[in-house]
Design a protein around this ligand. Sequence first.
Ligand SMILES: [Fe+2]
Length: 452
Amino acid sequence: MPAVTTYPLRADLSRSEAVPGALPVSQNSPQKPPYGLYAEKLSGTAFTAPRHENQQSWLYRILPSCAHPPFNSITDGPYKSDKPSDRARLEYIPNQLRWDPFDHNDQSDFVSGMHLVAGAGNPTLKQGIGIYIYAAGKSMDDYSAFYSADGDLLIVPQEGALDIRTELGWLLVRPMEICVIPRGIKYQVHLPSGSARGYALELYQGHFTLPELGPIGSNCLANARDFQAPVASFSEDYGATASEGPNAYTITVKFNNSLFQTKQPHTPFDVVAWHGNYYPYKYDLGRFNTIGSISYDHPDPSIFTVLSALSDHPGTAIADFVIFPPRWLVAENTFRPPWYHRNTMSEFMGLIAGDYDAKKGGQGGFMPGGASLHNVMSGHGPDASSYEGARNAELKPALVGKGSCAFMFESCLMVGVTEWGRNTCRKVQEGYSDESWGGVKVHWKRPDPFAS
Ligand SMILES: [Fe+2]
């Protein structure tokens, strides 16, 4: 049985049943659901959200999610290397920032190895984002599960595969693939290929969707058909006699950037069937159909948008997920790398593999597993040597980015940096700005008014 199945992203209701007949026919909440299951609704939007935004799923499970003792606040465990008071405190600075590759962490699992590096807004108001680096060396315990009440989590693996057991089924997510786990859905992350490292973005408001295509038409960029959802998969472990027994499941919830735990005597992975349009999904970045100029100049980088989470203002995103995949450059009489710019949006970039064409790679440069942040109106662009190289390059058709993929979390919000991101991680390249742009040359030549 395949671990995933392909469904059009958000375009229609999806359905999966691990036991034939577990989904009720023609209704959601029969007096007695099939096989003695409980019906449970999981809502990702207000019940009354407009149809095109409405996201809800019905789960048919052995025991309902509410069957657990009260949660207790925990100060140890996940995020323990951060001071609780500093965990979500953000410092807003206009300087360009770049980080060396973040450390591996073989002592942690996916959740305990996750650090908030930057963000904006506040999950209690359902406004803003959190940007994370994760590094893990071991799978989560089989008797554990995690969920976030704060938002949807977009995961971008950079090293190591993640085999993610969710309430709705399994998702195997490898580097050059991404996944989104919506708010509230419990999951458990296994590391089938050993240690793992990557990036994540938590979206406190709304949900990701595909960007509008406008004159591009009905295809290209990320196509809806290539998003994959899990198939239902369940355990029948409900035999622990007490919440403190050896088979009790530890459930950890992130709630307003604080962690709470409870133990329950039954598995949370007991969903036998589900249907709806609120589910985790994955996407292979290799399927992205890249668009670019075939005449002169290059379009705005919005042509590389994979997923977009819009604000209430049309065309303005709380978060865009943008990739820079391998692509042909053919533009004539054109400076082909990204232009110098200042942006009303903030740009957090990471590198999954290879070299990024506008920055030097290698030690002290923009490296896989590292990151950069160019905040609202912070000027940036190619470093001096990249500029000189592109300025003088012969403009033959050129394939750039082969074996490489940089990405960007772009947000309309001003992004702050945490204490962990600024200091504790010890990865900030203090000389980034000067090394990149301190050596830009003056090419200006005043025209000679007497020249004939
Ligand atoms: Fe930029």
